[in-house]
Design a protein around this ligand. Structure first.
Ligand code: ADP
Length: 600
């Protein structure tokens, strides 16, 4: 009897299984027809969608089979003792399984149909990219944005110089893809261009190889060396695309180092296959523009005379400005936050290009950066002392704090308010303000940890403060990724009082680690940090507007007051920060939207 009943259950399950199969097929058909209807013109996108939908349905099938197998085991186990009960349990479980499986398919198919628009191919051209070479936020963007775009139905190739300083562990894995010679300078000399390829996480990295030009340990040295180097790089990147016969829909250039690309494309490459590609130029920091004598840039770039006019490359009669030229010739300009997109059209933030940007403002957009949430994840970060999630952040952050205090020789006390500062030490970062109030910040209950390198003046003043406030101030004058992770995980607050900040990544990383940002309301800092509102108990950090040391001190004191007098609200902000979406998902979708607008 028991045996029969089991067989009966099996039969029932089989029937239900076939029902589910037909439902699955229906769902699949529905999704396919929906896809076909909406995306008829995009043949490649169609194929991709179908493939992904098939994958999801297959995955759901596996889930279903596993779940059914589980139900069967249960039914079998219980049938001897209580057949009725077992049947009932089986029935309930089966309907639960059916519901879950159907919901999962519906949701996944919906997501796919919603997410996957037409496919776009994009070539990123820029001068640095994590983890190969990094001097600042540009490298993070060049790594994380392509990775996210790949998930959003884009083909991405990243083109970079093959610097000698790229760690050997990456160099040795590069694959030779070809070589050719290219003319460049007006002297007619032929330059070697090698292409070395590296594939990682669905993104293809093509390194432009030329030992003569990229031998320096640092990607940037001085303008006399850098300008010819990046003229070569911009032209070689386009030649490499032609050589590889990879014609992207969009060529996405980054900063002045790649700003000549749109000009080359519309002049020397105007009759090539690449002429159908559109160009986007992203300004990560308007301060750096690639300015040098017009005659020299004319010689080094080999560009025709007619682009050396005041609307394109020429500046102040005698100079040429590479960024200015790129801004004029590209199809779309983006910068890394909405506020910064507005600010750079004003005299104060415009770095001499405000009128030029106002003129081109019709094609100027702002999109904030995100961060790579796999690298920056307090739950899995192998570089921090103690991992944590929102639920246990308070106690684990204290443990991290104590360990870091020990590592840095600071007084070990979990109750001290620890402020971090992780930054290039330049005047952009508001360090004059910090420098002038360190004695007021250090009040016996507060510690300051600085991590950065840069202008010797700032390096020395922070060294001085470390000496003057032993055990309370620690100045790590170095570039150290591991230490940066540990500071994000251990500090209570992070200072970003920048004079200007196109987007800023440190405040985003800080929030991900539950470290409250204290920022000046400028550029991306304004767009990403909501000020604390004591009446509603809302917001992500403490902000101030004017570039004034007194205002910075006031913001720090407001943070301290909340920390020492209302810890519950402070901890609630820590948790709010950790759950804020600082990933690339939304921003990458916005870039994709712009790529779609740039129809070839
Ligand atoms: P910028 O690009 O202007 O330097 P961002 O805030 O956009 O500033 O990006 C800075 C990036 O560099 C962040 O990932 C930050 O953690 C990292 N960083 C800055 N200084 C250091 C340092 N001394 N050691 C390690 N990482 C650093």
């Amino acid at each position: 009897m028991c045996h029969d009943s089991f067989r009966g259950s099996l039969f029932l399950l089989h029937c239900k299984g076939s029902n589910k199969m037909s439902e699955l097929k229906k769902e699949e058909k529905k999704a396919k027809s929906k896809t076909v209807k909406t995306k008829k013109s995009e043949e490649t996108a169609e194929k991709e969608k179908k493939r992904t939908i098939r994958k999801v349905v297959k995955k759901a099938e596996t889930v279903k089979e596993e779940a059914i197998a589980e139900v069967m085991v249960d039914a079998d186990g219980k049938s001897v003792e209580d057949e009725k009960k077992a049947k009932k349990t089986t029935k309930t479980k089966k309907s639960a399984v059916k519901k879950t499986v159907n919901e999962e398919i519906a949701q996944s198919v919906e997501e796919i149909v919603e997410d996957l628009g037409p496919r776009r191919s994009v070539a990123f051209i820029g001068s640095e990219c994590y983890p190969f070479v990094k001097t600042g936020g540009l490298a993070d963007v060049m790594y994380a944005l392509p990775k996210e775009l790949v998930k959003q139905n884009c083909d991405v190739k990243v083109i970079l110089p093959r610097y000698k300083c790229i760690p050997w562990k990456y160099q040795e894995k590069m694959v030779y893809r070809g070589e050719f010679y290219m003319d460049l300078f007006a002297d007619g000399r032929q330059y070697y261009v090698g292409i070395m390829e590296y594939e990682w996480d669905g993104v293809v990295y093509d390194f432009i190889d030329n030992e003569e030009l990229f031998t320096s340990g640092n990607p940037y040295t001085n303008m006399v060396d850098d300008i010819p180097k990046f003229c070569y790089f911009s032209k070689a990147a386009l030649c490499a695309l032609l050589y590889l016969d990879w014609i992207p829909d969009v060529i996405h250039c980054h900063d002045w180092q790649a700003a000549l690309v749109p000009i080359y494309l519309r002049t020397l490459f105007a009759n090539s296959k690449l002429s159908s590609s559109k160009t986007m130029l992203t300004v990560h920091n308007l301060r750096f523009q690639g300015i040098y004598s017009q005659d020299a840039i004319r010689y080094w770039s080999g560009l025709p005379d007619y682009v050396f006019n005041k609307d394109v490359l020429t500046q102040n009669y005698n100079d040429a400005n590479m960024l200015k030229g790129g801004l004029a010739y590209c199809d779309m300009i983006t910068t890394v936050s909405n506020t910064y997109a507005g600010e750079i059209q004003s005299g104060f933030y415009g770095e001499g290009l405000d009128a030029h940007l106002r003129y081109h403002s019709g094609k100027l957009r702002g999109i904030v950066n995100g961060i790579d949430c796999d690298i920056w994840d307090p739950e899995t970060d192998g570089r921090i002392f103690r991992n944590y999630v929102t639920e246990d952040v308070v106690e684990n952050k204290k443990a991290n704090k104590l360990e870091l205090q020990k590592e840095l020789g600071l007084g070990q006390d979990e109750n001290k308010f620890v402020i971090g500062l992780i930054s290039r030490l330049t005047n952009q970062k508001g360090l004059d303000l910090v420098n002038s109030i360190v004695p007021q910040i250090i009040d016996g209950n507060t510690q300051l940890i600085v991590l950065g390198t840069g202008d010797p003046g700032y390096e020395d003043s922070f060294r001085y403060y470390e000496n003057a406030y032993k055990g309370e101030v620690c100045s790590c004058i170095q570039y150290d990724e591991d230490r940066a992770h540990r500071i994000y995980a251990s500090a209570d607050a992070l200072l970003v009082p920048s004079l200007f900040e196109p987007c800023g990544l440190t405040q985003l990383i800080a929030m991900r680690y539950g470290t409250v940002p204290i920022v000046r309301e400028t550029g991306g800092l304004k767009d990403t940090v909501d000020p604390y509102n004591m009446y509603e108990d809302s917001g992500n950090g403490f902000t101030f507007d004017g570039y004034d040391a007194g205002l910075l001190l006031d913001a720090i004191n407001r943070a301290k007051t909340l920390y020492f007098e209302n810890r519950e609200s402070f901890d609630a902000m820590v948790k709010r920060d950790m759950t804020k979406d600082v990933s690339w998902k939304q921003s990458a979708a916005q870039y994709r939207e712009l790529y779609l607008q740039l129809k070839p």
